[in-house]
Design a protein around this ligand. Structure first.
Ligand SMILES: [Zn+2]
Length: 508
């Protein structure tokens, strides 16, 4: 890959400023404030001139696997608006999450740093103070900032986890008192459009939106419908893709996890051997997929409303829009349901970028890219330098790629203490991917090698080539042993719950 990207022309100011940044929020923000040009120092002076930098909207569609969108090859019509958007944008065909669940993946998406490097090991981790959230950098550089997230304050994208840093407004779900369910893309778009209508005083804005309307969820207020659904969606979407037989299925208390754990309760039984995942009925999986797809259609419909609203407000041409997801979803393609594994169905996420001005319609980039690349790309759009501590890099354009580029190496992990009932790690380089997990073999870690070019569904475990296996295993071990650059809040490296991976020599 060439050393430069072609997102926007780089200003002399940016070149001068690159390299002066040191890790540390205070230093970083001071440097960025000094570097941003023409960042005025007061609200009054900001009002006096229109800032020419583009507005930025980042939409995270929680739990959306890439291959359930038409633009990524899905046959079911789940996503007409997202597909039209993709045709007007740059589509990254191979974008990957660093973890298959909400907290660490969003930490990467909003800081530009791999969550393992931030010390994320626990479900109670928070973003380290030393690592700035992208909103802090943009706010310091003169941007207005707001976020509407489908998360409680202590939830996995919650303000108390550090995500609200740098946002002038950070609203948690529910966004409207009349919402029928806690998570509702319709309400998210409604409040987002209200905010977009507010005067910004001539300043560009950064708006972060997060929706859980695709995610597994019980009905709001419990399961009033005797059928209940592990993926409850607003009527009339629930049955949009369901067969008549699927509509008549009754969901057991195990599948509903007593309304709390949902399908994770079923996973627990798969993991401890009480249930055999291979014996789970195919028609129930097909029904679950149809409900999941209904959630995508619901989000898609309201994404269309967001785009139409932007057009109505005259923001269409002046705003860079990024659409992505924190992870995918599994339907027993391998061992489990929902999202606890590191197979492609969990890590491969959609990533669509429509730069302001619509200058890149229909471009497809086939390079392997990572979620933590979103932050340096947003900073690039805002004409800000990428701080040195980022592990992500500005997303490439198709013209930047060369046939002899070094394949990107990506590491992903699933750790969910304190139970540690299941752990999984993956190391990818180019088409090759090594997975290590403790699903089988009596809790011992097994290794699976796949060639994704010939086996994208990871169905054929390879023993050869041994050299490839060894290379990826060494890279995986090196990543697991690399000390974090900062400590996520709540992390205790001496926690005995880490003994299992310590015993492998993965950490000291
Ligand atoms: Zn998630």
């Amino acid at each position: 890959m060439s050393s430069t990207t072609s997102w926007v022309a780089r200003s002399a100011v940016r070149v001068v400023c690159r390299g002066v940044l040191a890790l540390g929020v205070a230093t970083l923000l001071l440097a960025l404030t000094a570097c941003s040009d023409p960042a005025p120092s007061s609200e009054t002076s900001r009002d006096s001139a229109v800032d020419p930098r583009p507005n930025l909207i980042l939409l995270s569609i929680d739990t959306l696997r890439a291959d359930h969108l038409g633009s990524y090859g899905y046959e079911r019509p789940t996503s007409p608006h997202l597909d039209r958007f993709a045709a007007s944008a740059i589509r990254y065909a191979h974008a990957y999450a660093p973890a298959p669940w909400t907290l660490p993946s969003h930490a990467a998406m909003l800081t530009g740093v791999h969550p393992y490097a931030q010390g994320f090991r626990h479900q109670n981790s928070t973003i380290p103070r030393e690592i700035p959230v992208v909103a802090e950098l943009l706010l310091a550089a003169g941007y207005r900032t707001a976020a509407f997230v489908d998360s409680a304050a202590k939830g996995y994208v919650g303000g108390e986890r550090g995500f609200a840093r740098g946002f002038e407004r950070y609203d948690h779900a529910p966004h409207r008192s009349r919402q029928t369910s806690k998570y509702d893309m319709a309400a998210t778009v409604e409040v987002a459009l209200d905010w977009l209508e507010e005067p910004k005083g001539g300043r560009p804005f950064f708006l972060f939106l997060h929706t859980k309307s695709v995610h597994a969820a019980p009905l709001g207020g419990g399961c009033a419908d005797p059928r209940c659904f592990p993926y409850a969606k607003p009527a009339p979407y629930q049955f949009r893709f369901a067969t008549p037989a699927a509509q008549e299925l009754r969901w057991t208390s195990v599948e509903m996890g007593d309304g709390q754990k949902l399908l994770w309760g079923l996973n627990e039984r798969f993991l401890d051997g009480r249930l055999d995942p291979r014996a789970y009925p195919e028609e129930r999986i097909e029904a679950l997929v149809s409900f999941y797809d209904a959630g995508i259609a619901y989000v898609d419909e309201h994404f269309g409303r967001l785009l139409a609203g932007m057009e109505r407000l005259g923001l269409d041409e002046t705003t860079t829009v990024v659409v992505t997801a924190d992870h995918g979803e599994a339907f027993l393609e391998h061992n489990l349901l929902v999202h606890q594994e590191v197979y492609e169905s969990l890590l491969h996420v959609p990533l669509l970028v429509r730069p302001a001005g619509h200058a890149a319609a229909g471009e497809v980039v086939n390079a392997i890219v990572a979620l933590e690349d979103v932050v340096p790309t947003l900073l690039d759009q805002a004409e800000l330098p990428a701080p040195d501590h980022l592990t992500g890099r500005a997303l490439p354009r198709a013209a930047d790629l060369a046939a002899d580029d070094e394949p990107r190496s990506l590491f992903a992990y699933y750790l969910f203490p304190p139970t540690f009932s299941y752990q999984a790690f993956s190391q990818r380089r180019g088409d090759w991917k090594l997975i290590s997990h403790n699903f089988e073999d009596g809790g011992q870690f097994s290794f699976e090698l796949y060639n994704l070019a010939t086996d994208p569904s990871e169905s054929n475990r390879l023993r050869e080539p041994a050299a490839r296996h060894s290379e990826l295993r060494q890279a995986l071990r090196a990543n697991l042993r690399r000390p974090p650059i900062a400590q996520a809040g709540g992390v205790d490296e001496s926690d005995p719950a880490l003994d299992a991976i310590r015993a492998l020599g993965y950490i000291d």
